[in-house]
Design a protein around this ligand. Structure first.
Ligand SMILES: C[S@@+](CC[C@H](N)C(=O)[O-])C[C@H]1O[C@@H](n2cnc3c(N)ncnc32)[C@H](O)[C@@H]1O
Length: 177
């Protein structure tokens, strides 16, 4: 995340949206950088981090009830895409995200790569299921490589602009076309 703060587009950005914001570690960082942030997260997770979300709202953050068409400068999604099954739902998430960005807006994406899941799987605890794996805590993981990630991004009107890390986490910025 700190790497994107060096980019010209980030320095010009005024507002962002985070989808699957979890404990708000990304969005609190962005607020501190002076970016206006709106987030979407499931009510169950929000209630788990009630105090954190309350503090976020008090600091000017917005918690959305649904994903609506918008013109944000950028979106951030980390460790969410690969947890969603099936592929159609992953595409829907990216398609909805595209509709929340202005043309030329950016998507900051972090996903677990094949290498990361393979390393974990060397312990023999990941169970192949569908086109991904079931983890020991019964969650789903669909690891990505740069090719498979570029493909799904292209299909949802994003073009990979810069890859920061390939492995174990694939971190990249894609531009909305
Ligand atoms: C592993 S956590 C990552 C949280 C946060 N992005 C981070 O990096 O710390 C995955 C999050 O994705 C959310 N999530 C799951 N399915 C989702 C979906 N279809 N759309 C948006 N968020 C989803 C979950 O509620 C969960 O908080």
């Amino acid at each position: 995340m700190t790497k994107i703060t060096q980019e010209d587009w980030f320095k010009e950005s005024k507002d962002a949206v985070e989808i699957g914001s979890g404990c708000l570690r990304n969005s609190m960082f962005l607020l501190e950088k002076g970016i206006h942030v709106a987030v979407w997260e499931s009510p169950t997770v929000i209630s788990r981090y009630e105090k954190v979300y309350e503090n976020f709202r008090k600091s000017g953050g917005v918690v959305m009830n649904k994903l609506e068409r918008a013109e944000h400068d950028f979106a951030i999604i980390t460790f969410v895409l690969e947890t969603i099954c099936p592929e159609l739902s992953r595409r829907r998430l990216l398609g909805n995200t595209r509709r929340m960005l202005k043309d030329g807006g950016r998507l900051v994406l972090g996903v677990r790569s094949f290498y990361d899941v393979k390393t974990a799987n060397d312990t023999g605890v990941y169970c192949p299921i569908g086109r991904g794996y079931r983890t020991p805590i019964k969650t789903f993981i669909k690891p990505y490589g740069i090719r498979s990630l570029s493909r799904i991004l292209r299909a949802t009107r994003f073009r990979v602009e810069k890859v920061y890390t390939h492995s174990p986490i694939l971190n990249l910025v894609a531009k909305a076309s």
